[in-house]
Design a protein around this ligand. Structure first.
Ligand code: FMN
Length: 178
């Protein structure tokens, strides 16, 4: 197995974090990984708000307790809030498609880079796509029409990394080699 495949297989959505705080340097490295992600027309339609202040982190966690899910994220020691920014595409491309056409895919790549870098640094992460957007805007002093992608909970896993099954579709069901 390549080193990368090993890392990709090891990463999982961590939903139980220890009390150990997350070092600021590690959070910076995770954002650096996102900064290097590819994007359509290299538009980089992303911004990140990194929250490691304990009181504010708890308040961010509260916004993810949305529709009765994500109770467990209150134990996360930090959050990376992934924001969708306006994408400026190359003029030729902009004539053909909406400016945000590639953005969600670009943001997915950036968010995964954050999670994989975290994994390589011994941290656990869990993306949360369901959260109270108006409350989060208020909390982080963002405009009311701010577009979001996900909130990423970060922390050291509470338990020794257990081997978790990865329920995934079979390779032959998702890819065709011709
Ligand atoms: C865009 C996105 C949104 C997600 N939202 C949530 C969420 O709100 N709560 C949660 O517990 N997990 C969430 N997840 C995690 C998925 O449930 C998880 O990635 C999937 O079940 C595969 O498991 P694994 O990450 O452990 O490999 C989200 C993942 C993605 C990519």
């Amino acid at each position: 197995m390549s080193d990368f495949l090993e890392l990709a297989a090891k990463r999982y959505s961590c939903r139980n974090f220890s009390d150990r705080p997350v070092e600021r340097e590690k959070l910076v490295k995770m954002i650096e990984a996102a900064r290097l992600a590819p994007s359509g027309c290299n538009a980089q339609p992303w911004k990140f708000v990194v929250v490691d202040d304990p009181k504010l982190a708890l308040e961010v966690a509260e916004t993810t307790k949305h529709l009765g899910v994500n109770e467990y994220l209150t134990k996360a020691k930090a959050f990376v809030v992934v924001l969708e920014d306006h994408a400026v595409l190359m003029p030729k491309v902009a004539k053909m498609i909406d400016s945000q056409y590639f953005a969600k895919g670009d943001l997915g790549g950036a968010a995964l880079s954050i999670c994989l870098e975290a994994e390589s640094l011994g941290l656990g992460t869990c993306m949360a796509g369901l959260f109270d957007r108006p409350k989060l805007c208020q909390l982080l002093d963002l405009p009311a029409d701010q577009r979001f992608f996900v909130v990423i909970a970060v922390g050291y896993p509470a338990n020794e990394r257990e081997e978790r099954p990865k329920p995934r579709k079979k390779l032959e069901d998702i890819a065709r080699f011709i």
